[in-house]
Design a protein around this ligand. Structure first.
Ligand code: WT7
Length: 651
């Protein structure tokens, strides 16, 4: 973690207590809940779980055999039923909009809860007709359209397990995730829109399918509701969504699932080249996202909730789909880019759809800052009443800019820290209770027990350390798919029975948390997690590359940008053209988010005598810093040469 950023944060003294107006109307304002919840987390969480509809009650709240937890043991529940049926059956909600969709081309479609129930039930019957049942895995690789949510909910309805792969990932990344999860069915689309261009998803998916023998059927959504020439359909395997849906019934009973049955698997990057399939189960996950959506966002019946995340990330699972829908909210979803056709797109959408809660990532906020306020000034943002931030630390300047220009100094900002693994928000202000500070995620959500520890597991009362979660919580990951050993090693081996998230943090004198970024070899590029090892293995996969080491360095918009040091094989010539080729190769292997900002060729990489690459030194070089300790280095000249080269930017 960087000490510069720590010093900057220490200077931050502005505070923003909840306004009396907001506080008066807030869903929750009793600050004593923090202590109450922690004194008896099990009864606190079971009070939340009771607000969901269960087919059968649980027998035991928590079974904790560290690091394995079971929540609401023996309870039977269906996530789709809780997100759809119970609202469709409620006369006050059935005609309420569940989803408002805007496509990049400007078309708008809405689905009420009653309509959503029909669509989900029809699609659930489609899946059943293809032989999908309880426990089967479904891969989803789609644009951000209502059908992607329908597909997830239909999967949950019949007890299948969805594995959503972000549409920006490459064919190879898709293939890895399909193979690891042994998916039987792939749901994709002919295309989606991105900056006025068609992104051909089925075409990319076709490249992966050759190496995915478990896939028996492919369902293709025609973006225009009809077949398109953009797709090659394989007879017997590939089917159009609109064809399959035609003859099915719109009634399908939701499958009673065990609270601990798997709801979804979602892959995320770790410290090795292989992404981890994070496993979430049904009852606990739903309880966590239900509770946090209601309190963190102060959700009210007439809110229009816009979380800008794609469903390919956990934020899209928890705060576009399951959290808001379990609460019977109206969500807005948007398919395209924030600067298309103009940089005012988001603000025009806020005005048009009267968005009241807006939840986005710091990388987007920094881009808006750069574009300037002229795009905002011409729109009416008076419908907004609460703002959120997620995905990476938000720098105080971006926080203040967001507060002033989007919130008009009138909307609380909730900076929410959590992870794919935690399922739901963990550290966050409650907007009616907590005084916010620009750059601080403030306090653990009631019922979450978080602290700061050092390497030895001793509590840190002042200064920096590692964030640690020392009690189990309902929406926690249950394991890594097919790799329980890695689950234990990665998250539970640092301290006994305590969860290690991998983030550096500082607590101030009020006990508030200030996040400082990852402490492992995981980067955060535009709020998306990527392992250095993943990018390295994509680079060494190129035939001309012998070795590579990847580090990140601060980037104005993306938060972090990738710098790759590359050693070529004997006889290979370094050139600018080869740099471009290597960047392209990484995009092909992983996806556009992994494209390195800079590539530096080097005859050798700095290594310890035992042959370990000294990434810290490379990071210093990338940051243009004075070199750290090089005494353990096998050949100190390597570093000096590299540094000279980097500073001269030849290579
Ligand atoms: C990592 C998790 C949480 C959904 C999106 C990312 C970083 C996330 C914050 C925040 C500082 C944050 C952490 C975390 N992170 N939110 N509010 N402040 N850092 O999910 O891909 O699983 O990444 O994102 O480093 O470990 P993810």
């Amino acid at each position: 973690m960087s000490t510069d950023s720590l010093d900057d944060l220490l200077k931050e003294e502005r505070i923003f207590p909840p306004s009396s107006d907001f506080q008066q109307k807030a869903n929750f304002k009793d600050a004593s809940i923090y202590e109450k919840a922690l004194s008896d987390p099990e009864s606190y969480w079971s009070d939340w779980a009771k607000k969901l509809d269960w087919f059968e009650p649980w027998k035991e709240v928590l079974k904790w055999n560290p690091p394995h937890a079971e929540w609401f043991v023996g309870g039977k529940i269906n996530a789709c039923y809780n997100c759809v049926d119970r609202h469709a059956a409620n006369p006050d909600r059935k005609n309420k909009k569940a989803i408002i969709f805007e496509g990049e081309q400007g078309e708008v479609r809405t689905l009420t809860y009653e309509e959503l129930l029909k669509e989900v039930s029809r699609f659930a019957n489609v899946l059943k007709n293809l032989g999908v049942g309880k426990g089967d895995r479904i891969a989803i690789y789609m644009p951000m359209v209502p059908e992607v949510m329908i597909a997830c909910l239909a999967s949950a309805r019949i007890g299948a397990v969805h594995n959503v792969v972000f549409g920006g990932f490459s064919a190879e990344s898709l293939a890895d995730r399909i193979q690891d999860s042994s998916a039987k069915v792939l749901i994709t689309g002919d295309y989606g829109w991105r900056r006025g261009k068609k992104i051909l998803l089925k075409k990319a998916a076709d490249e992966s399918l050759d190496t995915c023998p478990t896939i028996e059927n492919v369902i293709v959504l025609g973006r225009e509701g009809k077949s398109s020439e953009d797709c090659q359909m394989k007879e017997g395997r590939d089917h159009w969504w609109h064809d399959l849906i035609q003859d099915v019934n719109d009634v399908c009973a939701p499958e009673p699932m065990d609270a601990e049955d798997m709801l979804f698997v979602l892959y995320t990057s770790g410290t090795t080249g292989k992404p981890k399939g994070i496993v979430h189960t049904t009852g606990g996950y739903l309880t966590g996202v239900y509770a946090t959506t209601q309190w963190v966002f102060d959700l009210k019946e007439d809110d229009i909730f816009w979380c800008t995340a794609d469903i390919g990330w956990v934020t899209g699972h928890s705060y576009v789909t399951y959290g808001p829908l379990a609460n019977g909210a109206t969500v807005l979803i948007y398919e395209g880019s924030p600067d298309w056709p103009e940089k005012s797109r988001f603000w025009e959408m806020v005005e048009k759809h009267k968005v009241s809660i807006f939840y986005t990532a710091p990388t987007a906020i920094r881009a808006f800052m750069k574009w300037g306020t002229e795009w905002i000034d011409k729109t009416d943002l008076s419908s907004l009443r609460l703002l959120g931030s997620v995905g990476e630390p938000i720098n105080p300047e971006a926080w203040m800019w967001y507060h002033k220009n989007i919130g008009k100094e009138n909307c609380p900002i909730v900076d929410t820290w959590w992870q794919t693994e935690t399922g739901a928000i963990m550290i966050t202000p409650l907007p009616g209770v907590v005084t916010t500070k620009p750059g601080s995620a403030t306090k653990a959500f009631p019922g979450i027990s978080a602290t700061v520890l050092n390497e030895q597991g001793e509590e840190i009362t002042s200064g920096g350390g590692y964030v640690a979660i020392n009690k189990p919580w309902p929406s926690m990951l249950r394991t890594i798919l097919n790799d329980d050993e890695r689950f234990k090693e990665q998250y539970w081996s640092k301290w006994d029975g305590i969860y290690f998230p991998g983030d550096g943090v500082k607590r101030d004198e009020d006990g508030d948390f200030w996040f400082l970024g990852r402490v492992d070899d995981v980067m955060n590029i535009s709020g998306h997690r990527l392992g250095t090892a993943e990018v390295e293995s994509a680079l060494v996969d190129h035939q001309k590359v012998a070795e590579s080491a990847v580090v990140s360095k601060p980037h104005e918009i993306k938060g972090e940008g990738i710098v790759a040091f590359v050693t070529l094989k004997e006889g290979q010539e370094a050139s600018d053209a080869l740099k471009d080729e290597l960047k392209q190769h990484v995009v092909k292997k992983i996806g556009a988010i992994a494209r390195p900002e800079e590539i530096l060729f080097s005859v050798d990489l700095p290594k310890t005598r035992s042959g370990k690459i000294m990434r810290r030194l490379l990071k210093d070089i990338a940051l243009g810093k004075a070199l750290g300790d090089t005494t353990t280095l096998a050949d100190p000249n390597v570093v000096a040469e590299l540094k000279e080269k980097y500073e001269g930017k030849e290579g």
